[in-house]
Design a protein around this ligand. Sequence first.
Ligand code: GLC
Ligand code: CA
Length: 558
Amino acid sequence: MMEKKWWHNKVMYQIYPKSFFDSNGDGIGDLQGIIQKLDYLKELGVDILWLSPVYESPMIDQGYDISDYYNINPDFGSMADMELLIAEAKKRGFYLLMDLVINHCSSEHEWFKRAMENPEGKYGEYFYIREGKEGNPPCNWRSYFGGSAWERIEGTDRYYLHMFAKEQPDLNWENEEVRRELYKMINWWLEKGIDGFRIDAIINIKKPKEFVSYEADGEDGLCSVHKVLEDAQGIGEFLTELKRETFEKHDAFTIAEVFDDKEGELPLFIGENGYFSTMFDFTIEKARSGKAWYEDKKLYPEDIKRLIFQGQKESEAVGFRANIIENHDEPRGASSMFVKDPKCDASVKMLGTISVLLRGVPVIYQGQEIGMKNMVFTDISEVDDISSKAQYALALENGLTKEEALAVVGERTRDNARTPFQWSDEREAGFTDGAPWLKVNPNYTEINVRKQEADADSVLSYYRKLIALRKNPAYQDIFVYGTFEKAYEEAENVLAYYRKGDTGTVLVVTNYQKEPRKLRLKDTVGKVLLTNQRDVKIEDGDMYLDSFGAVVCTVEER
Ligand code: GLC
Ligand code: CA
Protein backbone atom coordinates (compact mmCIF):
# COMPACT_ATOMS: atom_id res chain seq x y z
CA MET A 1 0.00 0.00 0.00
CA MET A 2 1.28 3.41 -0.98
CA GLU A 3 2.11 5.82 1.81
CA LYS A 4 -0.42 8.65 1.91
CA LYS A 5 0.86 12.17 1.39
CA TRP A 6 -0.81 15.50 2.09
CA TRP A 7 -0.80 16.47 -1.57
CA HIS A 8 -2.45 13.35 -2.96
CA ASN A 9 -5.95 14.77 -2.69
CA LYS A 10 -5.11 18.32 -3.75
CA VAL A 11 -5.83 20.25 -6.92
CA MET A 12 -3.10 22.43 -8.34
CA TYR A 13 -3.38 25.73 -10.21
CA GLN A 14 -0.74 27.44 -12.31
CA ILE A 15 -0.50 31.20 -12.20
CA TYR A 16 1.37 33.02 -14.95
CA PRO A 17 1.97 36.20 -12.97
CA LYS A 18 2.66 38.51 -15.87
CA SER A 19 -0.80 37.85 -17.29
CA PHE A 20 -2.91 37.20 -14.21
CA PHE A 21 -3.92 40.54 -12.72
CA ASP A 22 -2.30 43.97 -12.85
CA SER A 23 -2.82 45.89 -9.61
CA ASN A 24 -1.09 49.15 -10.55
CA GLY A 25 -1.95 49.91 -14.15
CA ASP A 26 1.46 49.37 -15.74
CA GLY A 27 0.06 46.63 -17.97
CA ILE A 28 1.96 43.84 -16.23
CA GLY A 29 0.40 41.40 -13.81
CA ASP A 30 2.00 41.41 -10.36
CA LEU A 31 2.16 39.89 -6.88
CA GLN A 32 -0.33 42.35 -5.39
CA GLY A 33 -2.63 41.37 -8.23
CA ILE A 34 -2.36 37.73 -7.22
CA ILE A 35 -3.07 38.62 -3.59
CA GLN A 36 -6.23 40.43 -4.68
CA LYS A 37 -7.44 37.35 -6.53
CA LEU A 38 -6.73 34.73 -3.87
CA ASP A 39 -10.35 34.65 -2.83
CA TYR A 40 -11.37 33.93 -6.41
CA LEU A 41 -9.01 30.95 -6.38
CA LYS A 42 -10.31 29.81 -3.02
CA GLU A 43 -13.81 29.76 -4.39
CA LEU A 44 -12.65 27.79 -7.40
CA GLY A 45 -11.50 25.17 -4.91
CA VAL A 46 -7.86 24.74 -5.83
CA ASP A 47 -5.22 24.12 -3.16
CA ILE A 48 -1.68 24.27 -4.50
CA LEU A 49 -0.66 27.43 -6.34
CA TRP A 50 2.35 27.37 -8.65
CA LEU A 51 3.76 30.70 -9.72
CA SER A 52 5.73 30.85 -12.94
CA PRO A 53 9.01 32.68 -12.20
CA VAL A 54 8.88 36.04 -10.45
CA TYR A 55 12.60 36.39 -9.75
CA GLU A 56 14.69 39.22 -11.06
CA SER A 57 15.11 38.71 -14.77
CA PRO A 58 15.65 40.55 -18.05
CA MET A 59 12.60 38.58 -19.24
CA ILE A 60 14.13 37.36 -22.48
CA ASP A 61 12.26 34.10 -21.83
CA GLN A 62 9.61 35.61 -19.56
CA GLY A 63 11.43 35.03 -16.30
CA TYR A 64 12.86 31.61 -17.13
CA ASP A 65 16.11 33.55 -17.40
CA ILE A 66 16.96 34.49 -13.82
CA SER A 67 19.53 37.19 -13.07
CA ASP A 68 19.09 37.11 -9.29
CA TYR A 69 17.51 34.18 -7.49
CA TYR A 70 17.25 36.15 -4.26
CA ASN A 71 15.24 39.06 -5.61
CA ILE A 72 11.85 39.73 -7.09
CA ASN A 73 11.49 41.29 -10.52
CA PRO A 74 10.39 44.89 -9.74
CA ASP A 75 7.71 44.57 -12.45
CA PHE A 76 6.06 41.99 -10.21
CA GLY A 77 6.67 43.80 -6.91
CA SER A 78 9.07 43.55 -4.01
CA MET A 79 10.26 40.92 -1.58
CA ALA A 80 7.80 42.42 0.91
CA ASP A 81 4.99 41.70 -1.58
CA MET A 82 6.25 38.15 -1.92
CA GLU A 83 6.28 37.69 1.84
CA LEU A 84 2.78 39.10 2.02
CA LEU A 85 1.63 36.71 -0.69
CA ILE A 86 3.11 33.77 1.23
CA ALA A 87 1.29 34.89 4.37
CA GLU A 88 -2.02 35.61 2.64
CA ALA A 89 -1.90 32.29 0.81
CA LYS A 90 -1.17 30.45 4.02
CA LYS A 91 -4.02 32.23 5.79
CA ARG A 92 -6.43 30.81 3.23
CA GLY A 93 -5.02 27.32 3.40
CA PHE A 94 -3.17 27.39 0.08
CA TYR A 95 0.18 25.77 -0.56
CA LEU A 96 2.51 27.96 -2.58
CA LEU A 97 5.10 26.77 -5.10
CA MET A 98 7.73 28.81 -6.88
CA ASP A 99 9.24 27.87 -10.19
CA LEU A 100 12.78 26.53 -9.86
CA VAL A 101 14.93 27.24 -12.89
CA ILE A 102 18.35 25.76 -12.23
CA ASN A 103 19.47 24.25 -15.51
CA HIS A 104 20.48 27.72 -16.61
CA CYS A 105 20.47 31.29 -15.39
CA SER A 106 20.39 34.59 -17.25
CA SER A 107 23.35 36.03 -19.10
CA GLU A 108 22.75 39.02 -16.82
CA HIS A 109 23.44 36.94 -13.71
CA GLU A 110 26.49 38.06 -11.76
CA TRP A 111 28.08 34.62 -12.20
CA PHE A 112 27.87 34.81 -15.95
CA LYS A 113 29.07 38.38 -16.17
CA ARG A 114 32.14 37.44 -14.16
CA ALA A 115 32.67 34.36 -16.29
CA MET A 116 32.68 36.53 -19.39
CA GLU A 117 35.15 38.94 -17.84
CA ASN A 118 37.49 36.07 -17.14
CA PRO A 119 36.55 32.74 -18.70
CA GLU A 120 39.58 31.12 -17.08
CA GLY A 121 38.69 32.26 -13.59
CA LYS A 122 36.51 30.57 -11.01
CA TYR A 123 33.24 31.70 -12.60
CA GLY A 124 34.26 30.30 -15.96
CA GLU A 125 33.84 26.94 -14.26
CA TYR A 126 30.21 27.79 -13.43
CA PHE A 127 29.29 27.30 -17.08
CA TYR A 128 30.23 25.03 -19.94
CA ILE A 129 32.92 26.84 -21.86
CA ARG A 130 34.76 25.02 -24.63
CA GLU A 131 37.17 25.75 -27.48
CA GLY A 132 35.64 26.06 -30.91
CA LYS A 133 36.65 23.86 -33.82
CA GLU A 134 38.26 25.77 -36.68
CA GLY A 135 36.07 28.77 -36.24
CA ASN A 136 32.98 26.68 -35.57
CA PRO A 137 31.19 25.76 -32.33
CA PRO A 138 32.53 22.73 -30.40
CA CYS A 139 29.72 20.51 -31.71
CA ASN A 140 26.50 20.59 -33.69
CA TRP A 141 23.82 20.73 -31.01
CA ARG A 142 20.75 22.80 -31.81
CA SER A 143 19.21 24.85 -29.02
CA TYR A 144 15.50 24.49 -28.26
CA PHE A 145 14.89 28.00 -29.45
CA GLY A 146 16.72 27.54 -32.74
CA GLY A 147 20.30 27.86 -33.97
CA SER A 148 23.44 26.48 -32.38
CA ALA A 149 23.45 25.72 -28.67
CA TRP A 150 26.88 27.36 -28.51
CA GLU A 151 27.57 31.07 -28.46
CA ARG A 152 30.99 32.46 -29.11
CA ILE A 153 32.53 34.54 -26.34
CA GLU A 154 33.50 37.80 -27.95
CA GLY A 155 37.13 38.23 -28.80
CA THR A 156 37.98 34.56 -28.16
CA ASP A 157 37.58 31.25 -29.94
CA ARG A 158 35.72 29.86 -26.95
CA TYR A 159 32.02 29.17 -26.76
CA TYR A 160 29.52 28.71 -23.95
CA LEU A 161 26.65 26.24 -23.98
CA HIS A 162 22.99 27.27 -23.91
CA MET A 163 20.33 24.67 -24.52
CA PHE A 164 17.67 27.38 -24.62
CA ALA A 165 18.26 31.00 -25.71
CA LYS A 166 21.76 32.44 -25.82
CA GLU A 167 20.71 34.64 -22.90
CA GLN A 168 20.19 31.44 -20.86
CA PRO A 169 23.65 29.94 -20.30
CA ASP A 170 23.59 26.40 -18.88
CA LEU A 171 24.98 26.05 -15.38
CA ASN A 172 27.76 23.54 -14.89
CA TRP A 173 26.25 20.96 -12.56
CA GLU A 174 29.49 18.99 -12.56
CA ASN A 175 30.97 21.80 -10.48
CA GLU A 176 30.23 21.11 -6.84
CA GLU A 177 30.42 24.78 -5.96
CA VAL A 178 27.58 25.53 -8.37
CA ARG A 179 25.46 22.82 -6.81
CA ARG A 180 26.15 24.15 -3.31
CA GLU A 181 25.17 27.66 -4.37
CA LEU A 182 21.90 26.38 -5.84
CA TYR A 183 21.06 24.27 -2.77
CA LYS A 184 21.69 27.26 -0.54
CA MET A 185 19.26 29.32 -2.58
CA ILE A 186 16.60 26.60 -2.60
CA ASN A 187 16.79 26.23 1.17
CA TRP A 188 16.62 29.98 1.58
CA TRP A 189 13.29 30.02 -0.22
CA LEU A 190 11.94 27.03 1.63
CA GLU A 191 12.86 28.71 4.90
CA LYS A 192 10.88 31.72 3.78
CA GLY A 193 7.83 29.55 3.94
CA ILE A 194 7.03 28.37 0.44
CA ASP A 195 5.84 24.77 0.23
CA GLY A 196 7.85 23.56 -2.72
CA PHE A 197 8.71 24.02 -6.35
CA ARG A 198 7.73 23.28 -9.88
CA ILE A 199 11.09 22.33 -11.33
CA ASP A 200 11.99 23.58 -14.76
CA ALA A 201 13.81 21.63 -17.47
CA ILE A 202 15.48 19.47 -14.84
CA ILE A 203 16.41 16.64 -17.20
CA ASN A 204 18.77 19.03 -18.95
CA ILE A 205 21.18 19.39 -16.03
CA LYS A 206 23.06 16.25 -17.03
CA LYS A 207 25.04 16.50 -20.26
CA PRO A 208 26.71 13.71 -22.23
CA LYS A 209 30.27 12.99 -21.08
CA GLU A 210 31.71 14.35 -24.28
CA PHE A 211 30.55 17.28 -26.27
CA VAL A 212 30.54 15.63 -29.67
CA SER A 213 28.52 16.10 -32.84
CA TYR A 214 25.70 13.77 -33.78
CA GLU A 215 24.16 13.07 -37.12
CA ALA A 216 22.41 16.18 -38.40
CA ASP A 217 18.61 16.06 -38.49
CA GLY A 218 17.91 19.24 -40.42
CA GLU A 219 19.02 21.54 -43.21
CA ASP A 220 21.05 23.51 -40.70
CA GLY A 221 23.44 20.61 -40.07
CA LEU A 222 22.51 20.55 -36.40
CA CYS A 223 20.95 17.87 -34.21
CA SER A 224 18.22 18.28 -31.64
CA VAL A 225 18.73 18.48 -27.90
CA HIS A 226 16.51 15.41 -27.52
CA LYS A 227 19.18 13.40 -29.27
CA VAL A 228 21.84 14.90 -27.01
CA LEU A 229 19.90 13.98 -23.88
CA GLU A 230 19.70 10.34 -24.91
CA ASP A 231 23.44 10.21 -24.38
CA ALA A 232 23.45 11.87 -20.98
CA GLN A 233 23.90 9.20 -18.31
CA GLY A 234 23.89 9.48 -14.56
CA ILE A 235 21.44 12.26 -13.73
CA GLY A 236 20.37 10.22 -10.70
CA GLU A 237 23.40 11.24 -8.68
CA PHE A 238 22.56 14.92 -9.07
CA LEU A 239 18.90 14.41 -8.33
CA THR A 240 19.54 12.28 -5.27
CA GLU A 241 21.84 14.93 -3.87
CA LEU A 242 19.45 17.74 -4.78
CA LYS A 243 16.64 16.06 -2.91
CA ARG A 244 18.77 15.17 0.10
CA GLU A 245 20.29 18.62 0.47
CA THR A 246 17.08 20.58 0.01
CA PHE A 247 13.53 19.25 -0.48
CA GLU A 248 13.79 16.36 1.92
CA LYS A 249 14.84 18.55 4.83
CA HIS A 250 11.72 20.65 4.45
CA ASP A 251 9.30 17.96 3.37
CA ALA A 252 8.77 20.11 0.30
CA PHE A 253 6.39 19.22 -2.52
CA THR A 254 8.08 19.02 -5.90
CA ILE A 255 6.69 18.67 -9.37
CA ALA A 256 9.17 18.21 -12.16
CA GLU A 257 9.04 19.15 -15.80
CA VAL A 258 10.58 16.15 -17.53
CA PHE A 259 10.32 15.54 -21.25
CA ASP A 260 13.19 13.17 -21.88
CA ASP A 261 13.24 10.53 -19.19
CA LYS A 262 14.57 7.20 -20.30
CA GLU A 263 12.77 3.90 -20.48
CA GLY A 264 12.29 2.49 -17.01
CA GLU A 265 13.27 5.68 -15.18
CA LEU A 266 9.81 6.67 -13.98
CA PRO A 267 10.03 4.80 -10.65
CA LEU A 268 13.26 6.60 -9.85
CA PHE A 269 11.61 9.93 -10.46
CA ILE A 270 8.23 9.53 -8.77
CA GLY A 271 8.16 6.11 -7.16
CA GLU A 272 8.42 5.51 -3.43
CA ASN A 273 11.47 7.60 -2.43
CA GLY A 274 11.63 9.11 -5.91
CA TYR A 275 13.60 12.27 -6.61
CA PHE A 276 10.34 14.24 -6.85
CA SER A 277 6.83 14.12 -5.44
CA THR A 278 5.39 14.05 -8.91
CA MET A 279 6.00 15.09 -12.51
CA PHE A 280 3.83 16.11 -15.42
CA ASP A 281 2.39 13.50 -17.72
CA PHE A 282 3.35 14.90 -21.13
CA THR A 283 2.29 11.87 -23.16
CA ILE A 284 -0.03 13.97 -25.33
CA GLU A 285 2.35 16.91 -25.70
CA LYS A 286 5.17 14.60 -26.74
CA ALA A 287 3.03 12.74 -29.25
CA ARG A 288 1.92 15.85 -31.06
CA SER A 289 5.31 17.53 -31.23
CA GLY A 290 7.35 17.16 -34.36
CA LYS A 291 10.99 18.21 -34.64
CA ALA A 292 9.69 21.72 -35.24
CA TRP A 293 6.26 23.28 -34.92
CA TYR A 294 5.57 23.13 -38.63
CA GLU A 295 5.83 19.36 -38.31
CA ASP A 296 3.44 19.06 -35.38
CA LYS A 297 0.71 16.50 -35.68
CA LYS A 298 -3.00 16.97 -35.23
CA LEU A 299 -4.52 14.69 -32.66
CA TYR A 300 -7.95 13.16 -33.12
CA PRO A 301 -10.18 11.96 -30.27
CA GLU A 302 -9.08 8.36 -30.80
CA ASP A 303 -5.43 9.44 -30.52
CA ILE A 304 -6.12 11.40 -27.37
CA LYS A 305 -7.91 8.41 -25.88
CA ARG A 306 -5.01 6.09 -26.67
CA LEU A 307 -2.47 8.52 -25.27
CA ILE A 308 -4.35 9.16 -22.05
CA PHE A 309 -4.77 5.43 -21.49
CA GLN A 310 -1.08 4.94 -22.17
CA GLY A 311 -0.03 7.69 -19.74
CA GLN A 312 -2.29 6.37 -17.01
CA LYS A 313 -1.01 2.85 -17.51
CA GLU A 314 2.62 3.96 -17.18
CA SER A 315 2.03 5.72 -13.86
CA GLU A 316 -0.27 3.04 -12.48
CA ALA A 317 2.03 0.93 -10.36
CA VAL A 318 4.63 3.65 -9.88
CA GLY A 319 3.14 6.78 -8.38
CA PHE A 320 1.17 9.87 -9.27
CA ARG A 321 1.84 12.01 -12.28
CA ALA A 322 0.21 15.39 -12.80
CA ASN A 323 -2.42 15.82 -15.48
CA ILE A 324 -2.74 18.93 -17.61
CA ILE A 325 -4.54 20.01 -20.72
CA GLU A 326 -2.50 23.18 -21.18
CA ASN A 327 0.20 25.33 -19.58
CA HIS A 328 2.24 28.44 -20.37
CA ASP A 329 4.18 26.57 -23.07
CA GLU A 330 1.25 24.88 -24.77
CA PRO A 331 -1.70 26.17 -26.75
CA ARG A 332 -5.08 26.40 -25.03
CA GLY A 333 -6.67 22.96 -24.66
CA ALA A 334 -10.04 24.42 -25.64
CA SER A 335 -8.51 24.98 -29.08
CA SER A 336 -5.71 22.45 -29.49
CA MET A 337 -7.54 19.38 -28.25
CA PHE A 338 -10.10 19.62 -31.04
CA VAL A 339 -9.31 19.23 -34.69
CA LYS A 340 -11.85 21.87 -35.50
CA ASP A 341 -12.34 24.23 -32.61
CA PRO A 342 -15.99 23.62 -31.79
CA LYS A 343 -16.18 26.82 -29.73
CA CYS A 344 -18.77 25.52 -27.34
CA ASP A 345 -18.93 25.31 -23.59
CA ALA A 346 -19.83 21.63 -23.62
CA SER A 347 -16.53 20.63 -25.20
CA VAL A 348 -14.54 22.64 -22.69
CA LYS A 349 -16.43 21.13 -19.77
CA MET A 350 -15.94 17.70 -21.26
CA LEU A 351 -12.18 18.18 -21.47
CA GLY A 352 -12.04 19.39 -17.89
CA THR A 353 -13.98 16.35 -16.74
CA ILE A 354 -11.65 13.96 -18.52
CA SER A 355 -8.53 15.61 -17.13
CA VAL A 356 -9.49 16.43 -13.54
CA LEU A 357 -10.85 12.98 -12.69
CA LEU A 358 -7.89 10.99 -13.98
CA ARG A 359 -5.63 9.23 -11.53
CA GLY A 360 -2.92 11.71 -10.50
CA VAL A 361 -2.70 15.34 -9.51
CA PRO A 362 -4.96 17.64 -11.53
CA VAL A 363 -3.29 20.87 -12.63
CA ILE A 364 -5.37 23.72 -13.98
CA TYR A 365 -3.73 26.52 -15.91
CA GLN A 366 -5.07 30.02 -15.38
CA GLY A 367 -8.01 30.71 -17.66
CA GLN A 368 -8.66 27.05 -18.36
CA GLU A 369 -11.48 27.21 -15.83
CA ILE A 370 -13.34 29.76 -17.96
CA GLY A 371 -12.49 28.11 -21.27
CA MET A 372 -9.99 30.66 -22.58
CA LYS A 373 -9.01 29.91 -26.17
CA ASN A 374 -6.14 30.46 -28.54
CA MET A 375 -5.52 33.95 -29.80
CA VAL A 376 -5.92 34.84 -33.46
CA PHE A 377 -2.69 36.39 -34.68
CA THR A 378 -2.86 38.35 -37.94
CA ASP A 379 0.81 39.30 -38.12
CA ILE A 380 4.00 37.82 -36.73
CA SER A 381 4.81 41.19 -35.13
CA GLU A 382 1.96 40.56 -32.66
CA VAL A 383 3.79 37.56 -31.26
CA ASP A 384 6.14 38.19 -28.34
CA ASP A 385 7.40 34.73 -27.35
CA ILE A 386 11.03 34.07 -28.16
CA SER A 387 10.52 30.48 -29.29
CA SER A 388 7.77 31.53 -31.71
CA LYS A 389 10.12 33.81 -33.58
CA ALA A 390 12.63 31.01 -33.99
CA GLN A 391 9.93 28.59 -35.09
CA TYR A 392 8.60 31.10 -37.60
CA ALA A 393 12.05 31.47 -39.11
CA LEU A 394 12.50 27.71 -39.16
CA ALA A 395 9.21 27.21 -40.99
CA LEU A 396 10.20 29.78 -43.64
CA GLU A 397 13.64 28.21 -43.97
CA ASN A 398 11.99 24.88 -44.68
CA GLY A 399 9.86 26.15 -47.50
CA LEU A 400 6.61 27.30 -45.93
CA THR A 401 5.09 30.53 -47.18
CA LYS A 402 4.69 33.46 -44.81
CA GLU A 403 0.98 32.73 -44.47
CA GLU A 404 1.62 29.07 -43.73
CA ALA A 405 4.35 29.91 -41.24
CA LEU A 406 2.08 32.37 -39.46
CA ALA A 407 -0.68 29.77 -39.32
CA VAL A 408 1.73 27.27 -37.76
CA VAL A 409 2.90 29.78 -35.17
CA GLY A 410 -0.69 30.89 -34.55
CA GLU A 411 -1.67 27.41 -33.53
CA ARG A 412 1.38 26.65 -31.52
CA THR A 413 2.74 29.88 -30.07
CA ARG A 414 3.17 29.98 -26.33
CA ASP A 415 1.51 33.40 -26.38
CA ASN A 416 -1.83 31.64 -26.85
CA ALA A 417 -1.70 30.77 -23.19
CA ARG A 418 -0.08 34.02 -22.14
CA THR A 419 -2.69 36.56 -23.21
CA PRO A 420 -4.08 38.47 -20.22
CA PHE A 421 -6.58 36.72 -17.99
CA GLN A 422 -10.15 37.66 -18.83
CA TRP A 423 -11.79 38.95 -15.67
CA SER A 424 -14.68 40.95 -17.08
CA ASP A 425 -16.08 42.57 -20.22
CA GLU A 426 -14.64 45.95 -19.25
CA ARG A 427 -11.76 47.44 -21.22
CA GLU A 428 -8.72 45.15 -21.48
CA ALA A 429 -10.85 42.39 -19.96
CA GLY A 430 -10.50 44.00 -16.54
CA PHE A 431 -6.88 42.80 -16.45
CA THR A 432 -5.31 46.25 -16.30
CA ASP A 433 -6.20 49.93 -16.17
CA GLY A 434 -3.30 50.61 -18.50
CA ALA A 435 -2.05 49.08 -21.72
CA PRO A 436 -1.50 45.31 -21.38
CA TRP A 437 1.95 43.95 -22.23
CA LEU A 438 0.35 41.44 -24.61
CA LYS A 439 -2.87 41.91 -26.54
CA VAL A 440 -6.05 40.75 -24.83
CA ASN A 441 -7.96 38.08 -26.74
CA PRO A 442 -10.90 39.90 -28.39
CA ASN A 443 -13.24 37.13 -27.26
CA TYR A 444 -13.09 38.54 -23.70
CA THR A 445 -16.52 40.13 -24.11
CA GLU A 446 -17.93 36.60 -24.30
CA ILE A 447 -15.46 34.68 -22.18
CA ASN A 448 -14.81 36.28 -18.79
CA VAL A 449 -15.10 35.56 -15.09
CA ARG A 450 -17.73 38.14 -14.25
CA LYS A 451 -20.16 36.83 -16.82
CA GLN A 452 -19.54 33.22 -15.85
CA GLU A 453 -19.90 33.86 -12.13
CA ALA A 454 -23.44 35.03 -12.78
CA ASP A 455 -24.33 31.94 -14.77
CA ALA A 456 -24.93 28.60 -13.06
CA ASP A 457 -24.35 26.82 -16.39
CA SER A 458 -21.07 28.47 -17.22
CA VAL A 459 -17.74 26.74 -17.66
CA LEU A 460 -16.54 28.35 -14.42
CA SER A 461 -19.54 27.09 -12.44
CA TYR A 462 -18.94 23.65 -13.88
CA TYR A 463 -15.25 23.68 -12.92
CA ARG A 464 -16.18 24.60 -9.37
CA LYS A 465 -18.46 21.58 -9.18
CA LEU A 466 -15.89 19.38 -10.86
CA ILE A 467 -13.16 20.33 -8.39
CA ALA A 468 -15.54 19.96 -5.46
CA LEU A 469 -16.43 16.46 -6.65
CA ARG A 470 -12.81 15.50 -7.06
CA LYS A 471 -12.14 16.67 -3.50
CA ASN A 472 -15.31 15.34 -1.88
CA PRO A 473 -14.09 13.18 1.01
CA ALA A 474 -16.90 10.71 0.29
CA TYR A 475 -15.24 9.84 -3.03
CA GLN A 476 -11.60 10.28 -2.02
CA ASP A 477 -11.04 6.56 -1.95
CA ILE A 478 -12.16 6.44 -5.58
CA PHE A 479 -10.85 9.64 -7.18
CA VAL A 480 -7.59 9.87 -5.29
CA TYR A 481 -6.61 6.32 -4.46
CA GLY A 482 -8.77 4.33 -6.82
CA THR A 483 -7.40 2.54 -9.86
CA PHE A 484 -7.87 3.71 -13.43
CA GLU A 485 -9.39 1.34 -15.95
CA LYS A 486 -10.35 1.98 -19.52
CA ALA A 487 -14.00 1.69 -20.41
CA TYR A 488 -15.93 1.38 -23.68
CA GLU A 489 -12.64 1.52 -25.53
CA GLU A 490 -14.09 0.14 -28.75
CA ALA A 491 -16.77 2.85 -29.03
CA GLU A 492 -15.34 5.36 -31.47
CA ASN A 493 -14.92 8.87 -30.10
CA VAL A 494 -16.13 7.78 -26.70
CA LEU A 495 -13.48 8.49 -24.12
CA ALA A 496 -14.45 6.72 -20.93
CA TYR A 497 -12.85 5.22 -17.87
CA TYR A 498 -13.61 3.70 -14.49
CA ARG A 499 -12.13 4.81 -11.22
CA LYS A 500 -12.35 1.96 -8.76
CA GLY A 501 -11.83 2.22 -5.04
CA ASP A 502 -12.64 0.06 -2.03
CA THR A 503 -15.88 1.93 -1.55
CA GLY A 504 -17.18 1.77 -5.08
CA THR A 505 -16.73 2.48 -8.78
CA VAL A 506 -17.28 5.62 -10.76
CA LEU A 507 -17.67 5.74 -14.52
CA VAL A 508 -16.52 8.84 -16.40
CA VAL A 509 -17.94 8.77 -19.89
CA THR A 510 -17.58 11.42 -22.58
CA ASN A 511 -18.74 11.81 -26.15
CA TYR A 512 -15.70 13.34 -27.83
CA GLN A 513 -17.51 14.48 -30.97
CA LYS A 514 -20.03 16.96 -32.17
CA GLU A 515 -22.71 14.41 -33.03
CA PRO A 516 -24.91 13.24 -30.16
CA ARG A 517 -25.02 9.47 -29.78
CA LYS A 518 -26.39 6.51 -27.88
CA LEU A 519 -24.04 4.27 -25.96
CA ARG A 520 -25.01 0.69 -25.20
CA LEU A 521 -24.26 0.31 -21.49
CA LYS A 522 -22.45 -2.62 -19.96
CA ASP A 523 -22.93 -1.10 -16.54
CA THR A 524 -25.74 -0.56 -14.14
CA VAL A 525 -25.70 3.13 -13.45
CA GLY A 526 -26.33 4.32 -9.91
CA LYS A 527 -26.13 7.99 -9.15
CA VAL A 528 -25.14 10.74 -11.60
CA LEU A 529 -22.51 12.80 -9.78
CA LEU A 530 -21.87 15.39 -12.48
CA THR A 531 -22.81 16.07 -16.07
CA ASN A 532 -22.60 18.86 -18.61
CA GLN A 533 -25.90 17.69 -20.12
CA ARG A 534 -29.30 18.99 -19.26
CA ASP A 535 -30.23 15.47 -18.25
CA VAL A 536 -28.92 11.96 -18.57
CA LYS A 537 -31.42 9.74 -20.27
CA ILE A 538 -30.94 6.00 -19.96
CA GLU A 539 -33.45 3.87 -21.82
CA ASP A 540 -33.42 0.20 -22.79
CA GLY A 541 -29.80 -0.09 -21.72
CA ASP A 542 -28.64 2.90 -23.78
CA MET A 543 -27.17 6.09 -22.40
CA TYR A 544 -27.93 9.19 -24.46
CA LEU A 545 -24.93 11.40 -24.84
CA ASP A 546 -25.14 14.97 -26.13
CA SER A 547 -22.69 16.68 -28.39
CA PHE A 548 -19.46 16.65 -26.32
CA GLY A 549 -21.47 15.25 -23.44
CA ALA A 550 -19.80 14.20 -20.20
CA VAL A 551 -21.37 12.05 -17.51
CA VAL A 552 -19.83 11.04 -14.20
CA CYS A 553 -21.81 8.40 -12.38
CA THR A 554 -21.48 5.60 -9.89
CA VAL A 555 -21.92 2.12 -11.28
CA GLU A 556 -22.48 -1.23 -9.67
CA GLU A 557 -19.43 -3.44 -9.32
CA ARG A 558 -19.28 -5.86 -12.23
C1 GLC B 1 10.59 25.20 -19.50
C2 GLC B 1 9.60 26.31 -19.31
C3 GLC B 1 9.64 27.21 -20.51
C4 GLC B 1 11.02 27.77 -20.64
C5 GLC B 1 12.09 26.69 -20.64
C6 GLC B 1 13.44 27.26 -20.38
O1 GLC B 1 10.26 24.38 -20.55
O2 GLC B 1 8.33 25.79 -19.06
O3 GLC B 1 8.68 28.23 -20.44
O4 GLC B 1 11.11 28.52 -21.81
O5 GLC B 1 11.87 25.71 -19.65
O6 GLC B 1 13.57 27.64 -19.05
CA1 CA C 1 1.58 45.79 -12.52
